[in-house]
Write a protein that binds this ligand. Structure first.
Ligand SMILES: [Zn+2]
Length: 153
């Protein structure tokens, strides 16, 4: 994405087409919002998790299209529910702030869809269901640190 934006900008500057530079800026801003939404989302999970005793570490996993953190340890169900809600709600709240600040730019649409991750189809939604079902029980978290996962195989 950034390479495309740089190519558009350079081409626009060399050929004297300023609208290509505008396109490059639009690409960079939208990419920053896409990335920022996920950073806020995962950061909120981590911040919420750090408030609870029982998490020994976080496991970061990533692929070409996503990255996520998973806590290792044991939490009460209500804590799992709070952690699950924190990421999507924080991203949606950031989108709300952006929409209030600059409604005409429509950049908030990179943030509000994070609420979809609360559907049980996704990890946050599944965690929310587990947290609600085991509200006052301590639940082991299934993420394994990389070295433990390597030993199990
Ligand atoms: Zn999440």
């Amino acid at each position: 994405m950034l390479a495309v934006a740089a190519a558009c900008s350079l081409t626009g500057l060399v050929l004297g087409y300023p609208y290509l530079a505008e396109l490059a800026l639009w690409l960079v801003i939208n990419f920053a919002c896409l990335l920022g939404g996920f950073l806020i989302h995962e950061g909120a999970h981590a911040l919420a998790g750090r408030r609870f005793r029982g998490i020994s570490s976080f496991v970061v996993s990533s692929s070409m299209f996503r990255f996520s953190i998973a806590p290792v340890g044991r939490l009460y169900g209500w804590q799992i529910a709070v952690m699950a809600l924190a990421g999507p709600v924080a991203a949606a709240a950031a989108g709300l702030v952006l929409w209030a600040a600059v409604p005409g730019l429509l950049l908030h649409w990179w943030f509000w869809p994070h609420l979809v991750f609360l559907a049980p189809l996704f990890g946050d939604g599944r965690s929310l269901v587990v947290g609600i079902r085991h509200w006052s029980a301590r639940v082991p978290l299934h993420a394994q640190p990389p070295e433990a996962a390597g030993e199990a195989q």
